[in-house]
Structure formats: C-alpha cells, structure tokens
Design a protein around this ligand. Structure first.
Ligand code: FAD
Ligand code: MG
Length: 352
C-alpha cells in the first residue's frame, strides 16, 4: 500500500482525517449474505474507497487495489522511479519505454489538450512542480521562473511512439503531469476489473472521483452527491440520478490550495497561458459521463476554459456539466439538467 511521499506537506487536519478514514475502512468486511465488501486505502495521493454492494469477493477487491497501485507505480509524477518520472528525467535526452496503458492515457490527455486549445495540458509538470501546491515546497514563484516554466510547457512536444512503445518529451526540462486525468482512468480500470470478477453492484470513489458499477441491489437508480464546494468533503449540494456505468467527477479550487503571506489564496488548477492559478469566478466544475477518464480530464479542461467555452466543449463531448460560481450560482447544460437535482437552497440555478 502506498502512503504519501516525503514531499507531501504535513497538514495536521488533513493527516488526521486521512488516518481516521484509513483506520475506519482499511479493515475489509465480507458479509456472506449480502456479499458486500468495503475497503479504503491511501493510493494516488488520496483516499481510494471501493464499496461492493453485490457479488463481492476478496479476489475482486484485491485485484482492484493491485491495479490502483500498479497505475500509481507507472503514472505518478510525485514518486521517483515511476515510468512518468523516468520520462521526465529524460526529457530532451531520450525516449523512454512506456507501457501501453500509459501511452493510451497520454494520447487521451493530448486529445483533450487539442480539443480545449491547450487549456488542458499534460506537459504542465514543470509549472506544477514550481508552484508545489499541496507539497512542502508550495510557494508563489517569481514571474521570471513562471515564464521559464511556461516555455517548458508544450503539448505538441510530447512524442508518443506506439511502434517502438516509447514516450519522449522533446525539450530538456519538460515534465509530464497526469494528475488531472489519471484518477479518472484508474476508476475506469477498477470498474472493468470488478465487472470481470462478476461484481454486480459497486461504488468506486477515488478521492471524490466517483464511478458506479452495475445495478443497485434495490433496482433504483444510483444517487451520486455533487460536492458542495463551500463545505467539507462529502457535503453535497444536490444529487445526480444515474444508471450503472456512469462517473461523476469534480474539479475545484477548494481542496488543494494555500494562502500566501500576503493573504492571497492560490489553488492548483493553472492556466497554461499565464502560468497562474485560474481566476474566472468559478469554484468548481462537475462532469457526468460514462468514461471517468474523460470526466476527469474534462472537469479540469472546462474549469480552465470557463463557463462559455466550457459549455460548448461539454456539449461537443456529449457529457453533463455543472459550473458553480463564487456567488453560488449553478449553470448546467441540458444533459446535466436531466439527471441533477439541486437540494441546497442557498444555491440558485441560472441559464448563463
Ligand atoms: P484535477 O483538476 O483533476 O487536477 C488538477 C491537477 O492537474 C493539478 O494538481 C496539477 O497536477 C494538474 N494541472 C493543473 N493545471 C492543469 C492544466 N491546465 N492542465 C492539465 N493538468 C493540470 N498527491 C500527493 O500529495 N502526493 C502524491 O504522492 C500524489 N501522487 C499521485 C499519483 C498519481 C498517479 C495521481 C493521479 C495523483 C497523485 N497525487 C498525489 C495527487 C495529484 O498531485 C493531484 O493533486 C490530483 O491528482 C489532483 O486531482 P483533482 O481531482 O483534485 O484535480
Ligand atoms: Mg481532472
């Protein structure tokens, strides 16, 4: 099992919460009658929980968590020796042998980057490391360093070579960062694994990145809470009613952020054009889609694009989108309107 790496900032409250959650859920419980099983572990830099409600087996659960650990060992940009780390340390030097799943995900990330005109950019790693938000190194870099880091961001210089099975970053100093999409991919992978093991109903929650599998035992639709961005993790402002196979993913400015000495709040979603955290009035974007990979990538992309352009992209990709503003206004596209119901009356729905 993985825990946070050394770099991670020690935030007592968060650590307490993580440990409490870990202790509560790390002991798996298998009920023979209902065939239910719950497990939570710290993987992918967050708490990953899987709740199997029907058709559970220890084998299925073990296979799911093994896959999460495998994904982390390949895709983490925060641990030494992963494939992504090796690609990053060889940027501008040599192509690095990369497994098929990593090449697939990098290509998917590049397609979201192209479709969003670079609002989403998996080559943003140097900038992400420079700010270090969520890690001991978090700081407000000087403008000159931000400019230099931006020069090392360029999705067109990520070379994926499927024939030779390699990935190459064309300029020295470039770094890949799949933090905005890999949890979504992991949720899709876990969903496939559970289905292979004949799990009939399950909820996958990878740090708030949710995917439901199969039919709920009571045959009702799944009800997935949409996070209230102004409240603690797990507090919802409304519910999405969905069939099995759907995913709900939120990108927001409220989880990973810090306040600088001069009182300014900086969060972790960057505008690759400016090198600074996006400030467009949004506090979160929630995406509803069958593919959790798309939902994760698009939640970040649409956050950077903002409401107007983001809405157009959501419609083009045929996903549900809920944009939430600082002033507690929600804007939903047509698909999201069909499945989402607002419960918290301190928020209002608007058409624009
Ligand atoms: P999202 O909106 O989905 O993603 C935001 C993240 O994407 C940012 O944190 C940044 O990394 C990147 N990003 C920012 N702007 C852009 C942009 N414009 N385009 C593309 N990407 C952007 N956290 C730890 O503290 N310690 C760890 O050891 C650790 N290991 C991880 C390993 C893996 C494989 C993964 C997937 C995540 C890991 N994390 C770790 C968490 C990670 O660093 C991110 O903070 C997290 O994935 C952000 O997810 P999110 O859903 O909150 O936000
Ligand atoms: Mg994302």
């Amino acid at each position: 099992m993985n825990c946070f790496n050394n770099q991670q900032k020690k935030k007592p409250k968060i650590v307490f919460f993580l440990l409490a959650g870990f202790i509560l859920f790390s002991t798996s419980f298998l009920s023979c009658e209902a065939k239910t099983l719950n497990r939570s572990e710290l993987v992918l830099g967050t708490i990953c929980s899987i709740r199997i409600l029907d058709g559970a087996s220890k084998k299925a659960m073990d296979a799911a968590f093994n896959r999460l650990e495998e994904i982390e060992a390949v895709m983490s940009a925060n641990k030494e020796g992963t494939v992504v780390d090796t690609i990053n340390s060889n940027s501008g030097i040599s192509a690095v042998k990369s497994p098929e799943d990593l090449r697939y995900l990098v290509k998917k990330a590049m397609s979201i980057a192209d479709a969003s005109d670079g609002a989403f950019d998996p080559s943003i790693g140097t900038l992400v490391k420079l700010w270090g938000i969520g890690f001991d190194s978090e700081n407000v870099p000087n403008a000159e360093d931000i400019k230099k880091a931006l020069l090392l961001t360029g999705r067109k210089e990520i070379i994926v070579d499927d024939k030779n099975g390699t990935i190459f970053l064309a300029r020295e100093g470039m770094k890949l960062d799949l933090g905005a999409i890999a949890k979504g991919y992991a949720a899709d992978q876990v969903s496939d694994i559970l289905s292979k093991y004949r799990v009939k109903a399950a909820v996958i929650d990878l740090g708030g990145n949710i995917k439901v599998v199969g039919k709920k035992p009571d045959k009702q639709s799944w009800k997935i809470g949409v996070q209230n961005p102004f409240d603690t993790r797990g507090s919802r402002l409304g519910l999405a009613s969905l069939e099995g196979g759907y995913s709900v993913v939120t990108s927001g400015i409220y989880e990973r952020h810090f306040v600088s000495d001069d009182g300014v709040d900086y969060h972790h979603i960057f505008d690759p054009k400016t090198g600074y955290p996006v400030r467009n009035g949004l506090v979160s974007v929630t995406i509803i889609s069958k593919s959790s990979t798309d939902a994760d990538g698009l939640a970040t992309a649409l956050f950077v694009l903002g409401k107007e352009k983001g809405m157009a992209m959501a419609d083009k990709w045929a996903v549900g989108a809920i944009f939430i503003d600082q002033d507690r206004t929600l804007v939903l596209n047509e698909y999201a309107k069909k499945v989402f119901s607002l419960e918290d009356s301190s928020f209002t729905e608007s058409d624009s």
